[in-house]
Design a protein around this ligand. Structure first.
Ligand SMILES: [Zn+2]
Length: 346
């Protein structure tokens, strides 16, 4: 097996020596400071960058490392029980760049040289603007969907297909459950299907939607679907739509909506590109609405950033690096193990 490099030296445009290492988490070292990128736990680095509030990117800090995060990430992480207070987005030599992934998501440019994308989307979706990236010397890019199989359907097309499906269900007085990650995807679904009613929210989606509304995102303020008797009295008047977390269609909550109300379950995820996804996840329909770049968008991102060196992380890291080398880039995966494709929780 090919050895995976864990450290690389870079000389920035202004002549500064910078190294990137991936031993126990990604760390950037300059002559003056160390910076941990999305550390999984409190780090000893001078700075720790939290790119966004998905749980695989936040950690509980111990106060020894200065946090770098957007104010939206601080607020959204708090809803999930993480205290990122004291985080800043203003550090000399460090620039935060919109990552287009979820509200508050940022990529980071270190010393005008090393660009780390975190999770990234170049595509406009609902209230989220895609980000083009930025020119850099060294690019550390996420490659969650770095396989040519993953080319996503146009968002407007998905909205019209799903709207037709909802209309058919409503015509038969059947209710609908729309599922997606409670942070990011659920708010996007809320926005894209804002003209339908009544829409109710699962509690975790309700909390995140409220946080988005407080942060100025224009999404309708739907009701929490309640629990127990309250839920039964709200849901007895059919048809309705519930926006629910993307747990398996076999989860207790979704199963009860199916069994008690005959609800149709529709999932939204990039993994829906895989044939058989609906069956394996126990949902009725699945659409490839994603908050990540698809394969072609990853290629465009690399071309736009035009770096002399690319490191790939997450998902199809080795496969996508090989494709970048084929295109003439100098690329290699920064991680040894491929991340499981169906359990990428956000
Ligand atoms: Zn994410």
């Amino acid at each position: 097996m090919k050895e995976i490099k864990t450290q690389s030296e870079i000389v920035s445009r202004v002549g500064k020596r910078i190294s990137v290492s991936h031993r126990g988490g990604m760390t950037v070292r300059t002559g003056s400071y160390t910076l941990a990128l999305d550390p999984k736990r409190a780090s000893k680095s001078d700075f720790s960058f939290v790119s966004h509030a998905h749980i695989d990117h936040v950690h509980n800090p111990d106060g020894n490392s200065k946090l770098i995060a957007s104010h939206e990430t601080v607020k959204l992480a708090k809803v999930r029980g993480y205290n990122l207070s004291g985080a800043t987005d203003q550090i000399n030599g460090i620039d935060l760049v919109d990552a287009g992934h979820i509200l508050g998501s940022r990529a980071i440019l270190v010393e005008d040289s090393v660009f780390y994308t975190g999770d990234f989307s170049t595509r406009d979706r609902g209230f989220l603007k895609g980000s083009p990236g930025i020119k850099c010397d060294t690019l550390i890019m996420e490659t969650t969907y770095g396989n040519p199989r993953y080319v996503f359907t146009d968002t407007n097309k998905i909205v019209s297909q799903v709207s037709r499906l909802i209309a058919d269900c409503f015509h038969q007085c059947r209710s609908v459950v729309l599922t997606g990650y409670p942070l990011g995807k659920a708010q996007l679904i809320t926005h894209l299907f804002r003209n339908w009613e009544p829409i109710y929210l699962h509690e975790s989606v309700y909390k995140m939607n409220q946080a988005h509304i407080e942060l100025g995102v224009e999404i309708p303020s739907h009701e929490y679907c309640g629990a127990g008797n309250k839920q039964a009295s709200i849901l007895k008047k059919r048809p309705w739509i519930i926006i629910s977390p993307a747990s398996s269609g076999r989860s207790q909550f979704i199963r009860s909506l199916r069994e008690n109300y005959g609800a149709v379950v529709i999932a939204f995820t990039g993994w829906a590109v895989n044939r058989g996804y609906s069956y394996s996840m126990g949902v009725d329909y699945a659409f490839d609405l994603s908050d990540h770049c698809d394969f072609n968008e990853l290629v465009s991102l690399a071309k736009y950033c035009n770096p002399s060196k690319i490191y790939t992380v997450h998902g199809f890291a080795a496969e996508f690096a090989a494709h970048l080398n084929f295109l003439g880039f100098d690329a290699e995966p920064l991680e040894g193990a491929e991340q499981s494709t169906l359990t990428s929780y956000s």
